[in-house]
Design a protein around this ligand. Structure first.
Ligand code: PMP
Length: 300
């Protein structure tokens, strides 16, 4: 049992229940985030909570929500939740703002509530074992259909179906193409592609979700004098002839891809030089072993 933030207070998770008629449950009208805290048992810190909460609030605006919290308040509430639970381990925090209307019928009715829940998420090895990927048979939805960059719960049917598709065919991860046929991202992660010391990731215009991990890595690579980094459209062929391909996201951190549809990427280990540098830097940064920019780490 753990405390969660629900209905404006800290309550036992068994008490955090919503009525069956809740709008968000029927129409996918909720926004969410995935934030991580890294801790060693005696101290812990949240990684980039302000950026996650700014994104959450931007996405809430798409659903015409008028949240009463700002990113500072939401960060404070998250710290308080971890403190009250004495959670100083590696953790995943799931903030959710959902439409509470009990009226049946689509639309964007007024009224929303905030919930904060957490679950343990121990850090994996810095260099994660490389995995396989396949093209998802489902394309990433275009910005003309709905806000492509938003973490809106209803939109995650796309990710869920892409994941089920590739897992069902025996692969570990999906690469989703956008409606133009370019590479967009994974089902819950952004993608980086390296050819020698040139590294690129699809631009926001490729209908991706602008990941915070992607942003961190763009800053890291931008600081490396021997690496040229860009955000450019990536074709499926660019991916197949790359030396290195990896996914990145808050939950998965940095995940090397060793083959796509059975075709080997680079030397087939997935552990190329740019991935190794990025994974090492990322772990040191999130765990506070190396100085992070400004407000990236917020102590619990
Ligand atoms: N794309 C999608 C579809 C995602 O769900 C996520 C996870 N939030 C990402 C990319 C990576 O984003 P972030 O680095 O902010 O976790």
């Amino acid at each position: 049992m753990a405390l969660v933030y629900f209905g404006g207070e800290f309550v036992d998770d068994t008490q955090a229940l919503i009525p069956i008629t809740t709008h968000a449950l029927h129409y996918g009208t909720a926004v969410f985030e995935g934030i991580r805290s890294y801790g060693d048992g005696s101290s812990a810190a949240l990684f980039r909570p302000h950026d996650h909460y700014e994104r959450l609030l931007r996405n809430a605006a798409w659903l015409q929500m008028k949240p009463q919290w700002d990113s500072a308040t939401l960060t404070d509430l998250t710290v308080e939740l971890l403190r009250r639970n004495h959670f100083l381990d590696d953790r995943y925090i799931r903030p959710l703002i959902y439409k509470t209307s009990q009226t049946i019928g689509a639309g964007l009715p007024e009224g929303e509530a905030l919930a904060l829940i957490t679950q343990p998420m121990p850090r994996g090895p810095v260099l994660r074992p490389a995995v396989t990927a396949a093209w998802s048979k489902w394309r990433r939805f275009p910005a003309a259909a709905c806000p492509a960059g938003a973490k809106i719960t209803g939109l995650y049917v796309n990710s869920s179906m892409a994941k089920a598709d590739v897992l069902g065919r025996g692969f570990d991860q999906a690469v989703l193409l956008n409606m133009s046929g370019d590479v967009a991202e994974g089902y819950g992660a952004n993608i980086f592609v390296a050819h020698g010391n040139r590294i690129t990731t699809p631009p926001i215009e490729a209908d991706i979700l602008g990941g915070i991990t992607r942003d961190s890595l763009l800053q890291f690579f931008g600081d490396q004098p021997d690496v040229s980094v860009s955000t450019d459209p990536v074709s499926p062929a660019d991916l197949l002839r790359a030396d290195e391909v990896f996914l990145c996201g808050t939950g998965m951190e940095i995940l090397p891809i060793r083959a796509i549809e059975g075709r080997m990427i680079g030397d087939g280990t997935g552990h190329g030089p740019l991935l190794r540098r990025a994974a090492d830097w990322y772990r040191r940064t999130v765990s506070g072993a190396t100085a992070a920019p400004n407000d990236w780490l917020v102590p619990v």
